[in-house]
Design a protein around this ligand. Structure first.
Ligand code: HEM
Ligand code: HEM
Length: 233
């Protein structure tokens, strides 16, 4: 029997250990880095009109850009660590990366439409899942994983412009990303647009984790803190 069919239904055994420590640590470190990236990125895109005092006494934009680049490194290294853990960790650590492969299995789609049926209020109760449900998995892959990869590639392409043509960032990223996307201004615009794309993903993510916590009968928010999924009654 396929794993997706096994995971449908409401007769799963709880408590179940789902999110291993590296996944949890990555989730919260990445979320904090992303908040810094949004706030500092916002000011890079829409700088303050003026700052008081002599120009030589001000380094505000410099600090903002430094914080953005430092958080950018944290975000990118955490992403690489998360990819490594998808390889060596438990099967739930792989869920958000293997979506295109999972989609080849017709039972994945059956489970997917059952979840969608619940969210559009056709099925009163959602299926239980140890890890993500199929809709969450698809959103995590197509919005979060691909979106983050795009931010890292375009971010380091912009960073390489600042470091100069001899830098590693220019050679690895700027050299092909800039011509591909239409040079500096276009890369800025795409990087900026994708920042909003990830922002909307996160708002919807928060809505769903809190909603599921309330209506599913399982622990959801606390599972990303303790690692355990359990029944609430
Ligand atoms: C989710 C992750 C990220 C978000 C939300 C984000 C957001 C932003 C935003 C909104 C801008 C302003 C774009 C504009 O309007 O010109 C920006 C610029 C920039 N970002 Fe990011 N960014 C992210 C990841 C990264 C990463 C990983 C790096 C790599 C170091 C990076 C490096 C840069 C650079 C170099 C600039 C241009 C700075 C300048 O022109 O002064 N970003 N970012
Ligand atoms: C920038 C903010 C955030 C981003 C980008 C984000 C992104 C993600 C991603 C990509 C996953 C999948 C984890 C995996 O399978 O490896 C996830 C899971 C999860 N996140 Fe977030 N997250 C953010 C903030 C939050 C916050 C503030 C909460 C708590 C209210 C939260 C609660 C959860 C929970 C509970 C899960 C597991 C869902 C489940 O059990 O099915 N996240 N998040």
């Amino acid at each position: 029997m396929s794993t997706w069919i096994e995971q449908e239904g409401r007769d799963l055994k709880f408590p179940a250990y789902v999110w291993q420590a590296p996944v949890r640590v990555w989730h919260w470190v990445m979320a904090l880095a992303m908040i810094v990236l949004w706030v500092t990125g916002y000011f890079i895109g829409s700088p303050l009109p003026s700052v008081p005092g002599e120009a030589i006494e001000n380094y505000l934009m410099g600090y903002i850009r430094f914080a953005h680049f430092a958080a950018g490194y944290v975000f990118a290294i955490a992403f690489l660590g998360r990819v490594y853990w998808a390889i060596v960790g438990n099967k739930h650590a792989r869920e958000i990366f293997l979506v295109p492969l999972s989609m080849l299995n017709p039972s994945w789609w059956r489970a997917f439409f059952r979840v969608v049926g619940h969210y559009v209020f056709i099925r009163p109760k959602n299926d239980w899942h140890y890890g993500h449900n199929q809709l969450a998995m698809a959103a995590m892959f197509f919005m979060y994983v691909l979106g983050s990869l795009f931010m890292i590639v375009t971010g380091f392409a912009l960073y390489g412009e600042g470091l100069g043509m001899e830098s590693w960032a220019f050679r690895w990223f700027s050299s092909w990303v800039l011509p591909l996307l239409g040079y500096s201004q276009a890369v800025h615009t795409w990087h900026h647009l994708c920042a909003w794309y990830l922002f909307w993903f996160t708002l919807v993510h928060l809505y769903f984790v809190i909603r599921e916590d309330i209506v599913s009968g399982l622990t959801v928010v606390s599972s990303m803190i303790s690692g355990w999924r359990d029944r609430k009654n």
